[in-house]
Ligand binder design. Structure first.
Ligand code: HAM
Length: 424
């Protein structure tokens, strides 16, 4: 029987990998403009890291983690907790009090797979640790917006504040009181959440629950003076950067570590999976994990979702680019000379392809075309004897002689110069 990939785990095939690279490169470039530096962490962490940060009563920890129970380790479902673990473990703040970090890589959650939702998915993850100023929140959100803009993707921005340990507990008590009186109208998940994680009820997608929470107490009117001032300043700083947003007091996020500012970038083009990116502030998290009393804010964007949006917008974009500069066509006995020339071309930084099959000229040119080669260089026995190859421009179909004079290295230099002199 054929062995296939696991449900929810997907291959990224070569035709598609270029688009992935483009998004990743642009993200790195933008992160660099904002002064973020890359950090890479292991995929496996102690399970306790996630239960203590994401929260034991969240969907992610309750039902979605890939855990090796006998070893007490888990495949990371997100990157923020791991970054904080590394930050604390290496005392990063000692050398540089404000750490601006990013990481790109796979995450694992055992969710029901559907369009834009996988069990192994990839995130672009950005964090600014050690700065509590509202302008930092706005700058980070603006960075996410810049990435979407430069990818030419439309997404709306929703903003909320989840308060702090001073104002959230009394709000939660009020909310529980409100929900308890309407328990029968809630879905079974929300009936349970009313006592385990009442804020999540505000975020339930079921119509009956959405209807019921419309009149529920709002965190935005329950913020303490400090949180309110912070949130107003974040909004002001966003307006200053010309970033439009909509307040959504029902957005609570699925991870427990958030405080104050939270936000989501939403699209209407991915069916049920509306969030292309999301994040927020987590001011108590580092201390909770045994580190210094420093806050932070960050976000993550789903790479699969970004790539899907780009593909939907332009089906052929990722197929458009040339993949080879020179396809070398050898006919007859010239294969050693041709492979040596290909080797030198690659040393010159050119992309060279070579067909070792000795197939007909027609078949090899067809293959060069399929590989979207810029030029074909034909060196059969006749050309070799004459000391003159045929250089065919695959775009214009025009052919010109190419003298095989000088050493293979010199020939490759002339070909590389010729390539550089061509318009893109
Ligand atoms: P999150 O909302 O769980 O936040 O995930 C962020 C983004 O990852 C989502 O908006 C979505 O684009 C993508 N994503 C999540 N789950 C899946 C999935 N199963 N399949 C495909 N894409 C998915 C976090 O993970 C936080 N760590 C973000 C953060 C960073 N907060 C502060 N710093």
């Amino acid at each position: 029987m054929k062995i296939q990939a696991i449900n929810g785990f997907k291959d990224i095939l070569p035709d598609n990998a270029g688009l992935w690279r483009r998004v990743e490169q642009l993200a790195r470039n933008i992160f660099d403009r904002f002064g973020l530096r890359e950090i890479r962490m292991p995929i496996l962490e102690k399970t306790e890291l996630f239960t203590r940060s994401i929260g034991a009563a969240t969907d992610v920890v309750e039902k979605e983690m890939y855990t090796f129970a006998d070893k007490g380790i888990t495949m990371r479902p997100e990157a923020t907790a791991s970054i904080m673990r590394a930050f604390i473990e290496h005392g990063l703040h000692v050398r540089q009090p404000v750490q601006r970090l990013y990481t790109i890589g796979p995450m694992f959650r055992h969710e029901r797979p559907q369009k834009g939702r996988l069990r192994q998915f990839h995130q672009l993850n950005a964090e600014v640790i050690g700065a509590a100023e509202p302008h930092v929140d706005a700058e980070l959100i603006a960075m996410g917006r810049m990435l979407l803009d430069e990818l030419d993707l439309q997404a709306s921005l929703e903003l909320n504040s989840l308060g702090c340990p001073a104002c959230r507990p009394p709000f939660k008590t009020d909310l529980i009181h409100y929900l308890e009186q309407r328990l029968e109208g809630l879905c079974s998940d929300c009936q349970r959440r009313t006592h385990t994680n009442p804020m999540r009820v505000l975020d339930c997608k079921k119509t009956s629950c959405r209807q019921l929470v419309l009149e529920a107490p709002s965190m935005l009117t329950a913020l303490c003076a400090d949180c309110d001032e912070h949130f107003q300043a974040v909004q002001g700083a966003l307006r200053n950067l010309d970033i439009t947003f909509r307040l959504n007091p029902f957005m609570v996020r699925g991870l427990d570590y958030y405080t104050r500012t939270t936000f989501e970038f939403l699209t209407t083009d991915l069916g049920a999976q509306a969030a292309v990116g999301a994040g927020g502030r987590y001011d108590g998290l580092i201390e909770q994990l045994g580190g210094p009393s420093l806050g932070g804010i960050g976000f993550a964007m789903g790479l699969e979702r970004l790539v899907l949006l780009l593909e939907q917008r332009d089906h052929s974009e990722h197929l458009g680019a040339d993949t080879t500069d020179f396809a070398l066509v050898s006919l007859g006995t010239t294969i050693d000379a041709v492979s040596l020339l290909a080797h030198h071309l690659r040393r010159q930084g050119c992309r060279a392809a070579i067909d070792y099959s000795g197939r007909s000229l027609k078949a090899q040119l067809k293959q060069a075309d399929r590989a979207r080669a810029r030029f074909a260089l034909i060196i059969g026995d006749d050309e070799w004897t004459r000391g003159e190859a045929v250089l065919r421009n695959m775009r214009t179909q025009q052919q010109q002689p190419f003298p095989l004079s000088g050493s293979p290295e010199q020939q490759s230099q002339r070909l590389a110069e010729l390539l550089r002199s061509q318009p893109d």
